[in-house]
Design a protein around this ligand. Sequence first.
Ligand SMILES: Cc1cc2nc3c(=O)[nH]c(=O)nc-3n(C[C@H](O)[C@H](O)[C@H](O)COP(=O)(O)OP(=O)(O)OC[C@H]3O[C@@H](n4cnc5c(N)ncnc54)[C@H](O)[C@@H]3O)c2cc1C
Length: 372
Amino acid sequence: MASHWLEEAAEPVRRRVLRGRAEVEIVGGGVTGCAAALALARGGVRVRLHEARSVASGASGRNGGFALRGGAMPYDVACRQLGSGPARALWALSERGLDRLEELAGDALARVGSLRLAGDPGERTDLRAEYTALVADGFEVEWVDELAGPLGDRYHGAIRHPRDGALHPARWVRRLAALAVEAGAEVREHSPVDVLDDLEAPEVVIATDGYTRGLIPELDGAVRPTRGQMLVTEPLGARVFACPHYARRGFDYWQQTPDGRLVAGGRRDLDLAAEHTLEEATTPQIQGGIEDLVREMLGRLPGIDGRWAGIFGCTDDGLPLAGRAPWREGTWVACGYSGHGNVLGLACGELVAQAILGRPCPELDPFDPARL
Ligand SMILES: Cc1cc2nc3c(=O)[nH]c(=O)nc-3n(C[C@H](O)[C@H](O)[C@H](O)COP(=O)(O)OP(=O)(O)OC[C@H]3O[C@@H](n4cnc5c(N)ncnc54)[C@H](O)[C@@H]3O)c2cc1C
């Protein structure tokens, strides 16, 4: 089924036909592709975007709506894995991405912060280490020991990221597409690209994240499709959660929408192997696990108004692939956010567009697709 977010009524994307040959063509109409289209159109480039279904129909319209700083790994782990300079640069890039999102998203984003909860004493130790590393490098962050309501009984402390946000992801990406069209981009929905050689533009951007399949074999090998499942409840009648919450190393996540519904997801760890799939379908096992999570939070299971699945792309090192593709001339990629693409997708889409426009983009260095 379509997600709760995609059910919102929306204006159709305005149809514009480019005059003359496209200079850049983009495959994929999620946050990444639309961000690249907007930046290229504003840079004066004739750009056409192809989306197989409709704008935001992939993970960009099916996700948890968490707009978070950082990447797939905790900050202290990133410092060890990448070195402290590159880790700090990545976190700073995502903070700028969040500010940019706020600038463009209008009422699709609320900067209410986020709460990352420790599910057991071991996770508390890990969160303390991340908190300490963030403080040492001057990032704004708070440690929370006193957790309110049902959280106090279940969790062992939390990190609050005060500048994170709650996103209505489909509204945001549809808005981004509208801005791209307004700036001069052609957005073609229901336009699957089967073979890159069929495209007319000399430069191509692949922005298909978890749905990447069949265009470049090496890219298929580098981005692993991974399924995430979610559900939405009926309105709860009271505000229980003021911001997006996530726990158990990201395997549980939920937020309450402005109209009072709980949107919850995760429990992928109940069957990790089966969730490495391109099949956009819910399963009783994972949905049952998410229902348990809701029961644990609320002490009851409210009516469930919808369930859905989406696919995101994971890389072996947890970093995006963004930049020039080494496997095919004139080809760029931006994908593989490992479940953290709401902010990084915007940032990488814009960075790849800047690189195509011939501007220096050192921020892309750690994401170089040639590394995999
Ligand atoms: C359940 C779930 C929860 C998540 N929660 C969060 C979260 O809270 N915060 C966060 O930051 N990230 C989250 N993510 C990850 C995030 O949604 C993605 O990283 C991000 O949306 C990727 O955006 P994208 O534009 O790169 O790809 P997508 O939005 O997936 O778009 C790719 C598009 O490419 C199209 N496409 C594919 N092949 C072709 C082709 N050959 N021709 C034309 N079009 C094609 C697809 O139809 C699709 O619309 C979650 C993902 C899921 C599934």
